[in-house]
Write a protein of this length. Structure first.
Lengths: 468, 545
């Protein structure tokens, strides 16, 4: 085998037993081995898994108040059109920090079980903000995120956690920027779907396809047999990447291609999971995430102590036909996230993996159209989100107290939580606060938070308290 | 015929210096480009020029340019018939699944980008107006409408026609046509923009992305810095608010049928919804109250067009799209001066393109270490296919242009960029590149890097087969290389000339010659394939230099 100097160093860094290692490389190998041991004890690993609900999920039908007066307010806005969920079909939950009951959408049985097991919490009325904002301030023209209610801009703001200007980077990528790259060059961030979230100043994600593609098939170079002349072609191809580095663009291209092929070689085996995942878009993405986590924890070449994942499910832009569409989508979300939690338990890392949702925006409390088959909702703003995992302080609601003194918005058209008269909630929690709570748990130092979230200082706290 | 091919940088520089010397003191005394009767351009310069000005050199085109020269070729390109895109029949916004079912050709042809994407590639492979297509695709990446949101091909086609029609026209006219285009009206919310709730979307993007950018620029494209050492903003939120009010009072022309909006005709004025107050725009220019929707638009576009940033902002991006990711400030300044009207009228894109392509820096790079740009996926596909006579899968006819799936795998879904920020940002940094710009690297990920190699494998060792969406399929023809395969050195030299315009290093040449030599001489096609595969997958080729 023709081994270039670069490859030799890379391979040495991986402490592959069987290579004749120089003294320095041997020391590096010992260091690696220590990390693998540390990993085996499960002390250090942490992973964040983002599930983006693309299109704007209607949080108003995902978490519904069951307190009679509150439910009445919800019902009066939504029942006549056929959009309200009957109280007796909601899955009841009682957050101890609020003195009242709520119901989860009937399609969320799997997530309700996680709530009951104290592995899931709800973060209420989160959204992009440039500063804390009341209805009066909003209506007086106080600064607000650019292009409210626009998909592309609000997606960018959720994924960048910056709402007052366009950002070329996302907060997953910037969080990863705060950590040293792994010695194997295996990226900290893995994307199952494209998204700004994954891109940092220096971080570029590993992009892979979902299950059922085996892990050892996600980055495969096609067209090389074991014939001698194919080996010669392969050797030449490898060599060409090591020369002509005078031109910076050629050099960078070679580095990226080399890294991709290295990762492809690192992903040299598929792994199995006993947990059964639903065969759905999100189920297959989260299954692949679980497999990468297991692979990382078992491969002698890896052992990253931090990983960030990005998954995405579309279809939530329910201007019409919301009743059926959202029920189907939430069934998928619930089944996939519940299976994923079970898989992390199977791997033995349930307390070290935290899953959370993001979405473009919430939707108007006031319906659009009428009739159970056609009724839908329009783009709004503040929204509720789930955080799931063994490290989550489960079974409660989190956020910042709004006009009614609780973290839950006032479900009233033209009420104190509304921007105007259609039930678009002004967020009481900025995306930065939600994200910083997760990033802090992940290991970003408090002093580094402003580097990841430049506007975090404008808000009361960087820790909403939902992580243990 | 074997041409002298310089194998090393110093040989190439010597050759170029010699040519420059001849050009400078030759018959006309002008720059040394083709068209000069006293000096036929050499193959390397022709190939490089065609990489910059077309979707890739073909052997026939190289010979054509050798005969007529670069300048005459450019004039030919300015006057070539426009390939563009046909106006497609408008369909209802909501698809009637009874008459146009899921998975049908009706759905594909009227509710997806498929017909435009295949046309894009057949235009690129076979169209005569190569330079116009390159410029139009660059403009598409600067002034973005995405099929992700403007989902019907019939809705996108008029937007693409504007880019083609104005590629050699005037930038001010382009801004006007774009501002009243229904696809843009939908994409950035000019349509139904009302005085009671003016939408900032178009106001923000026409300034930030389509014309002047967010910071004041020197004529050479570098940012102006204030006393505090920081860049100076070109506008603030108040200016955005005022432009948003300018763009109120527009709506679509009457629908062609209920539920079938008119995306073909330009938007029309809805005076009742126009904000009639005065507006304060860039540089304190004030538009008088009650001067009307269309005059407000035209005055506002003049205000933008006259801003000193437009010339360097647009010129630099066009250079990045056609020639090099990191032009020197002097190069930007020379082109921007033409944009500003040094050779005629301000904003004359034809003169700007001429200045870009005939600039000394485009013809003879000043700095080999930073010159060039990564071929983006659509360009990479077209370059590979045009180099080897792209044909249908059976070799008998033409490719059907069903190549977007390959481009998607490499990270570029043609006409469906992720957002108004396009497929990649002009300011994207080169990974590990110490401050260098490398826009196309924005979509070079681990997955797409491998996909590029696998695309070459598919085309060189196999083909894109006939399928439902690919009535013809696509294949390459390497037969012209087979006669050279008995001598690996000659084979590699030919590829060096054709694909790398002589930039191949001795080390690279030696490695490929040796790999080719590992294949028995009796397997001539296999030798040719191996050599072509190695050149096309190399970083040395992926980066156009």
């Amino acid at each position: 085998m023709l081994l270039t100097r670069r490859e030799f160093l890379l391979e040495s860094g991986r402490a592959c037993i069987g290579y004749a290692l120089g003294a320095a490389a041997f020391a590096a190998g010992v260091e690696r081995f220590a990390l693998i041991n540390a990993f085996a004890q499960g002390s250090g690993y942490r992973a964040l898994v983002c599930v983006f609900l693309a299109g704007g999920n209607d949080g108003n039908n995902m978490v519904v108040p069951l307190d009679p007066a509150e439910y009445q307010a919800y019902s009066s806005a939504r029942t006549a059109s056929g959009l309200a969920i009957p109280a007796d079909t909601l899955l009841p939950i009682t957050p101890p920090s609020l003195a009242s009951s709520f119901g989860l959408h009937p399609s969320l049985a799997g997530l309700r079980d996680l709530w009951n097991a104290q592995k899931l919490s709800v973060v209420c009325n989160v959204g992009p903000l440039v500063q804390p904002l009341t209805r009066a301030q909003y209506q007086a023209g106080a600064p607000r995120p650019y292009q409210l209610f626009s998909h592309s801009d609000q997606i960018a703001q959720w994924q960048s956690a910056i709402a007052d200007r366009v950002s070329p980077t996302g907060w997953g990528g910037r969080t990863a920027d705060r950590f040293e790259p792994h010695s194997s060059d295996f990226p900290m961030v893995t994307a199952l779907s494209g998204g700004l979230f994954t891109r940092g100043q220096t971080t570029a994600p590993l992009t892979i396809s979902a299950a059922p593609t085996p892990l050892n098939q996600v980055l495969v170079l096609n067209g090389f047999s074991t014939r001698a002349d194919d080996a010669a072609r392969r050797a030449s191809m490898e060599y060409l990447r090591t020369i002509d580095a005078n031109n910076a663009l050629v050099r960078s291209t070679s580095t990226i291609v080399q890294r991709a092929l290295d990762i492809g070689r690192t992903l040299d085996a598929d792994v199995a999971l006993g947990t059964v995942f639903p065969n759905t878009t999100l189920g297959n993405q989260l299954k692949q995430v679980a497999k990468v986590i297991r692979f990382n924890s078992t491969s002698p070449n890896l052992g990253l102590e931090r990983q960030i994942f990005f998954c995405q499910l579309g279809g939530f832009d329910t201007h019409q036909g919301q009743v059926t569409t959202q029920a189907n989508l939430l069934t998928q979300v619930s089944g996939a996230i519940a299976a994923f939690y079970d898989a992390t338990a199977e791997i033995g890392l349930a307390d070290q993996v935290t899953t959370f949702t993001l979405s473009d925006f919430g939707r108007t409390l006031q319906p659009a159209g009428t009739g159970a088959g056609t009724v839908g909702t329009d783009h709004a703003w503040g929204n509720h989100h789930f955080v799931v995992g063994g490290a989550v302080r489960g079974g409660d609601f989190y956020g910042s107290a709004g006009p009614n003194g609780t973290v839950f918005p006032v479900l009233q058209l033209s009420g104190p939580s509304d921007t105007d008269n259609r039930g678009r909630w002004i967020p009481t929690v900025a995306v930065e606060q939600y994200a910083a709570t997760l990033a802090s748990w992940y290991g970003v130092a408090a002093s580094d938070l402003p580097l990841v979230f430049p506007n975090i200082g404008r808000f009361e706290t960087a820790d909403l308290g939902f992580m243990g | 015929m074997v041409w002298f091919v310089p194998h090393s940088t110093w040989q190439r520089k010597l050759l170029l210096a010699l040519l420059l010397f001849i050009g400078t003191f030759g018959v006309t005394g002008s720059a040394r480009q083709g068209g000069d009767p006293g000096l036929a351009p050499d193959t390397a310069d022709i190939v490089r020029f065609l990489e910059q000005a077309t979707w890739g050199p073909t052997p026939g085109l190289v010979e054509h340019v050798r005969e007529i020269g670069l300048e005459a070729f450019l004039e030919e390109q300015f006057n070539a018939p426009i390939s563009s895109y046909p106006t497609l029949p408008l369909y209802p916004t909501t698809r009637d699944t009874a008459t146009c079912p899921n998975g049908s050709a009706c759905q594909r042809d009227n509710y997806t980008m498929y017909p435009l994407q295949t046309r894009f590639f057949t235009n690129a492979l076979y169209g005569e107006d190569q330079l116009r297509q390159r410029v139009a695709f660059a403009l598409h990446q600067i002034i973005v409408v995405s099929g992700l949101e403007v989902t019907h091909p019939s809705w996108m086609a008029p937007y693409l026609q504007i880019l083609d029609r104005n590629a050699f026209g005037n930038f001010r006219q382009l801004l006007y046509e774009i501002s009243t285009n229904p696809a843009m009206g939908n994409y950035l919310d000019i349509n139904n923009n009302t005085r009671t709730r003016p939408n900032e979307n178009y106001a923000r993007e026409i300034l930030q992305l389509f014309s002047i950018g967010t910071v004041q620029l020197n004529p050479d494209g570098t940012p102006v810095v204030g006393e505090d050492g920081q860049p100076i903003a070109t506008y603030d939120q108040t200016v955005i608010n005022n432009f948003a009010r300018v763009f109120t009072g527009w709506r679509f022309a009457p629908a062609v049928a209920p539920g079938t909006p008119n995306y073909v005709d330009p938007m029309v004025v809805n005076e009742a919804q126009h904000d009639t107050g005065s507006k304060t725009l860039l540089n304190g220019t004030v538009l008088s109250a009650r001067q009307g929707t269309r005059k407000d638009l035209n005055d506002a576009l003049d205000n933008i067009f006259d801003h000193p940033n437009v010339a360097p902002f647009i010129s630099k991006q066009l250079i990045q799209h056609l020639v090099t990711s990191n032009p020197t400030p002097d190069y930007v300044a020379r082109v921007a001066s033409v944009f500003s009207g040094a050779n005629g009228s301000r904003g004359d894109l034809k003169e700007v393109i001429r200045a870009i392509l005939f600039d000394p820096e485009a013809r003879v790079p000043e700095n080999d270490a930073t010159f060039g740009r990564l071929r983006h996926p659509a360009q990479f596909i077209a370059n590979v296919l045009r180099a080897f006579d792209a044909r249908s899968a059976d070799g008998a006819g033409q490719s059907d242009g069903y190549l977007n799936p390959q481009s998607v795998a490499m990270g570029m879904d043609v006409f469906r960029p992720a957002s108004v920020f396009s497929y990649f940002s002009p300011s994207a940094g080169l990974p590990g590149g110490a401050g260098l710009r490398a826009p196309e690297f924005g979509i070079l990920s681990t997955a797409t890097a491998v996909a590029r190699l696998n695309f070459v494998n598919t085309m060189v060792y196999s083909r894109i087969n006939v399928s439902t969406n690919a009535p013809n399929g696509t294949s390459l023809d390497l037969s012209s290389l087979v006669p050279l395969a008995s001598a690996p050195g000659a084979l590699v030299d030919a590829l060096n000339e054709q694909l790398l315009h002589g930039l191949m290093s001795d080390e690279m040449r030696g490695s490929i010659v040796s790999a080719v030599g590992a294949i028995p001489a009796t397997q001539a096609l296999r030798r040719a394939r191996s050599a072509v595969y190695l050149v096309l997958t190399s970083s040395q080729y992926q980066v156009e230099r």
